[in-house]
Design a protein around this ligand. Structure first.
Ligand code: AMP
Ligand code: MG
Length: 353
């Protein structure tokens, strides 16, 4: 299959040219095909959420296990009522505050949603994104687009159209590319089907923000820990999302001690003939000995750190780095999402110095 890679700018959506492209993308979905599209979080791999064959194609294109459910993307709040018969008050409050935006909520599904979309579950994950290209595309596609991240299973989520092309060229009909994703980490997922709302995956909408609206929220115990015998409630979170080709270690402690430890490791690994890489914040990156340095952004700008993380992990794979070390981040605010993804990439390998 030939994949059409099409560049489209948010500010040019009103042009005839852009309308034509969005129309074509929508038609592909209506005919049961697949289109990757930008959202404010990461790029999504879209198919018709109400078409079981399209859902199956998404799993096949990604090489994704079929028990790992997809998120249904909608383009207005009204559409939610068509796929669930129960919208709890907690969800209404969250919708008022955070939709459209990077928040996914879990609802009981109705019969319109095939189990192929929900990985066999009787619940459905729903998100109303705020990216204008995404919204135009979802509307053109009929209003219900199932989309996991547009990466091959086991690779970091794509934050640019080029990342999608790298993974899915030849496997899908079209890529809509509008440049670098603004947030860079997948949406926050909250389960509202139980009595107490539970965060299944941390993201840009933080625990603090959710608590302010809901009063009480719990974290799935697996978010920052490896808990023997406890399965994460979001089936996808049980997979080691991304296993870097090399070995990633998170180094945590006082600044000076972290720098000293990482420098010692760089010297040792280089002596062994290995390629070494470091993920450091802007404030500290110059303190590391010579190796592959990745500046992830300022420690005072965690949004930038989130935005840069996945691209850096992909670069390390391309550059065939054997051992990688990263500074650690605080676990409040967006830091919780950053650490959740880093811990997964590191297979929970953390050194306290
Ligand atoms: P991705 O789009 O690749 O980030 O994957 C979607 C994530 O949403 C996965 O981690 C899924 O496990 C999670 N998810 C989707 N639907 C549900 C659901 N009904 N219940 C719990 N988690 C879900
Ligand atoms: Mg994913």
């Amino acid at each position: 299959m030939e994949t059409k890679w099409i560049h489209i700018k948010e500010e040019e959506l009103a042009t005839e040219e852009a309308k034509k492209v969005i129309g074509q993308a929508g038609d592909i979905i209506k005919e049961g095909g697949l289109v990757a599209f930008p959202t404010e979080t990461v790029y999504g791999l879209g198919g018709d959420a109400l078409n079981r064959e399209a859902a199956k194609k998404i799993y096949a294109a990604k090489g994704r296990p079929s028990d790992n459910p997809l998120i249904v993307h909608i383009a207005d709040k009204e559409s939610l009522k068509k796929i669930t018969d129960r919208i709890p008050d907690s969800a209404k409050a969250l919708m008022d505050h955070f939709w459209p935006g990077p928040l996914t909520m879990i609802f009981e599904k109705n019969d319109k949603v095939p189990v192929e979309t929900t990985g066999g579950l009787d619940t459905v994950a729903v998100r109303f994104p705020c990216d204008d290209v995404a919204l135009a595309f979802i509307k053109a596609a009929g209003g219900f687009v199932a989309a996991p991240s547009a990466n091959l299973s086991g690779r970091p989520s794509p934050t640019t159209g080029a990342h999608v092309y790298e993974d899915l060229n030849g496997r899908i009909e079209m890529i809509l590319d509008s440049g670098k994703a603004g947030i860079g980490l997948e949406s926050t997922i909250v389960d509202l089907t139980g009595e107490i709302p539970v965060i299944l995956r941390p993201g840009y909408i933080t625990e603090e923000m959710l608590t302010e609206v809901l009063g009480r929220v719990e974290n799935d115990p697996t978010i920052l820990n490896v808990s023997e015998g406890i399965r994460p409630k979001a089936p996808g979170m049980k997979y080691r999302h991304y296993a870097p080709k090399g070995e990633l270690t998170i180094v945590s402690g006082e600044d000076e001690a972290v720098t000293a430890y990482i420098n010692e490791q760089i010297r040792m690994r280089k002596k062994e003939g290995c390629r070494v890489g470091v993920i450091g914040t802007k404030e500290r990156i110059d303190r590391y000995e010579s190796c592959v340095h990745k500046n992830i952004g300022s420690r005072r700008d965690e949004a930038a750190v989130a935005r840069n993380l996945y691209a850096i992990l992909r670069e390390f794979d391309t550059e065939q780095v054997d051992y990688m070390y990263t500074e650690s981040f605080a676990i409040d605010g967006i830091g919780q999402a950053i650490m959740n993804r880093l811990l997964k990439a590191a297979g929970h390998r953390v050194v306290e110095v």
